[in-house]
Each structure stands twice: as C-alpha cells, then as structure tokens.
Design a protein. Structure first.
Length: 341
C-alpha cells in the first residue's frame, strides 16, 4: 500500500545542454516534466493530483545544469536576463535587480518562506499550477484535470478563486512573479524542437477555458526571461495581500511600473495578481493615470476602473474592495516617489 505523501516512483535525468533537454523531452514524451526547484511539481506528485488530462509524470528532466540557467546577467543595451533556474532568493538579493528592477526584488522576497525561496525558481513560479483546493485534492476530477466541471463555483471559492475573466474554471493565477515581469514588459525565451522563440510574457498565459495555463507546447520549456532596460524615470512598486504574511499565496497583488516626468505620469503598466485566471492587465486604470498628476482624485478613479469588470462570487466579493485599496496604495507609493525624485 502506498503511504500518504510518499513520492511515486520516477526517473530523474539531467540535461546539460538545451539540445539534450529537448532530446529527453522528445524521448519520453507525455511521461516527462521539467524540474528545477520542484517545490510545486513534487507536491502535486506526492498528493497524486491526476486526471484524464493530467498524468503523474514518470520522468523528471532537470534543467539546473544548463549553461546560464541559474545566472542573472545585465547588459546596458539589452537589459536583464534571468535564467529559468534562478532561485527566488537569488533574485530578491541581486544588487542589479534591487537597483534597476526593484519591483522584482520586492515580489521575490514575498514568495513563500525562506526555505521555499532557496529552492523555488523563477521559471517554476511562472508555470505553477492552480492553488484551488479541488484541483489539489486527489478525489476531485475537476475541469483542469480533464473533468467536466469546476467544483469551486458552487463550493469553496473564498481565497484562491478569480473575480475577473472567469470561465469553465474560476482559478486565480497564483504567480507572484508574473505580474511584475509583465509590468516591466518582459519576454519569455522558450526553447523548442529546432528553434528558440521569444514571447511577450503578457501573451504567455491562456484563459479560463483551457486545460493548461500557458502556451507551452509538448517538448518546450522556458530557458530564460529577458527584461528590457528601464528608463531612469520609471518608478516601480509591488504590493501583495495574503492571509499569513509569512508564507501564503496572494489573495490579491498589484504591480505598477510608471514613467513619471515632473510628477506627470507619461505611461503606466498596472498588472493584478490573484484575481483572474492569468495576470490581469488593468488597462482601464492605466489609461486614467496616463498624462495626469497622481493626486488623490485620479488615483481613486484608477482604483475603481481596475475593478470595473469584476464579477465576484458570493464568498470572494471582499476581493473587489481589497484590490481597489491595494491599487490606491501602490499608486500613492508611485506618487510619493515622484515627489522626491
């Protein structure tokens, strides 16, 4: 009899080059999954999370030995490149990141606990699966596993379900790192058979009517993230609300990168986490602050606009007002930064 929380049997192989990793993925096909930190994947395997469209992997292909996989590099013209196996602890402590991309450092330092940040990687954080308790429970074959329904709609949906852009699934995307990367206009560098492609991270995530959360095809994996050089006038801030401040996933988060000149917001990216099935770009809110001085009235209007499309369920209505407050706080922080710049 299999013990509860015991990992099922699997084969572990290490790819030391991109072609070798791709060859291993091609060799093992649907049986294989990419692993780096494994903080999400191994938990899913231990809990026997599986269904008609979700098999427990039999082969784990380790990418931590790939050249540059665990490196953070910066070039003045190209900007920042972050290997997919860079840990969240590395990212949070890196001096270049703290100086030029502080929003990434702010977000990374708020993910999980210290041990999890030491193990968890940026690639894994972007590609992690839903936190919904029905998805995580082995006895519920929900839509994301290939079942016919989303149990959260009529069941428990208080904390980790969406209030925006829901569909067949109402999961809220759990990544803390995706919203700030999108706000910085980052791209994912995706390795695949015979080619490598770059994709805006804003286009990387799928909607609520898809089984998978990302556009990654079988045999593909994220090799790195490219973050463009930031204008010296770009002001950045990340804020996150969670139940247990020490370790929990976001109930809601807000990432803002704003270009401010003489206290006038010339441009802004406002991206919300924890409230939609994918990182949600609050374009209506960004449009309100664009070309304006960030005063209390403008900020309040932007906060209202950020939730204009919200369609909450009975248990998570509180997230609407909560997110408005977070948007206000982030924009006030940007205004404060602009006043002393």
């Amino acid at each position: 009899m299999t013990m509860l929380f015991e990992l099922p049997s699997f084969k572990h192989v290490t790819g030391k080059s991109v072609p070798e990793v791709l060859s291993l993925l091609n060799q093992y096909g649907a049986k294989a999954k990419i692993i780096a930190g494994g903080t999400d994947l191994l938990g899913l395997m231990k809990d026997r999370v599986a269904g008609p469209m979700l098999a427990i992997p039999e082969v784990l292909v380790n990418i931590k030995k790939l050249p540059q996989a665990d490196r953070i590099t910066y070039e003045e013209e190209m900007g920042l490149q972050i290997g997919a196996a860079v840990t969240l602890d590395q990212l949070g402590k890196n001096e270049i990141v703290k100086q030029k991309y502080v929003i990434l450092s702010q977000a990374a330092r708020q993910v999980g606990t210290t041990p999890l940040r030491n193990m968890g990687t940026i690639g894994g954080n972007i590609c992690q699966r839903p936190r919904c308790l029905y998805f995580r429970h082995p006895f519920f074959v929900c839509f994301k596993k290939g079942g016919s329904q989303c149990y959260a709609v009529t069941g428990e949906h208080r904390d980790h379900s969406a209030i925006l852009k829901t569909g067949k699934c109402i999961m809220a995307h759990p990544s803390d790192m995706a919203p700030p990367l999108i706000a910085l206009r980052a791209k994912a560098i995706i390795a695949g058979s015979g080619r490598e492609r770059e994709l805006n991270l804003s286009e990387f995530f799928l909607g609520p009517n898809e089984i998978n959360e990302t556009v990654l095809q079988p045999g593909e994996f994220i090799r790195a993230f490219q973050v463009p050089k930031q204008n010296s006038r770009n002001l950045q801030h990340f804020i996150k609300f969670r139940i247990r401040k020490s370790s929990d996933f976001a109930i809601a988060s807000v990432s803002v990168v704003a270009n401010v000149v003489n206290e006038i917001c010339r441009d802004a990216k406002i991206v919300l986490g924890g409230v939609a099935p994918f990182p949600y770009m609050a374009d209506a809110a960004a449009e309100i602050v664009r070309g304006k001085r960030l005063n209390e009235e403008v900020i309040s209007r932007a906060a209202e606009a950020s939730m204009a499309e919200a369609r909450p369920l009975p248990m998570n209505r509180y997230k609407v007002d909560l997110t408005k407050v977070l948007v206000k706080r982030v924009l006030m922080s940007i205004a404060d930064q602009a006043s002393v710049a």
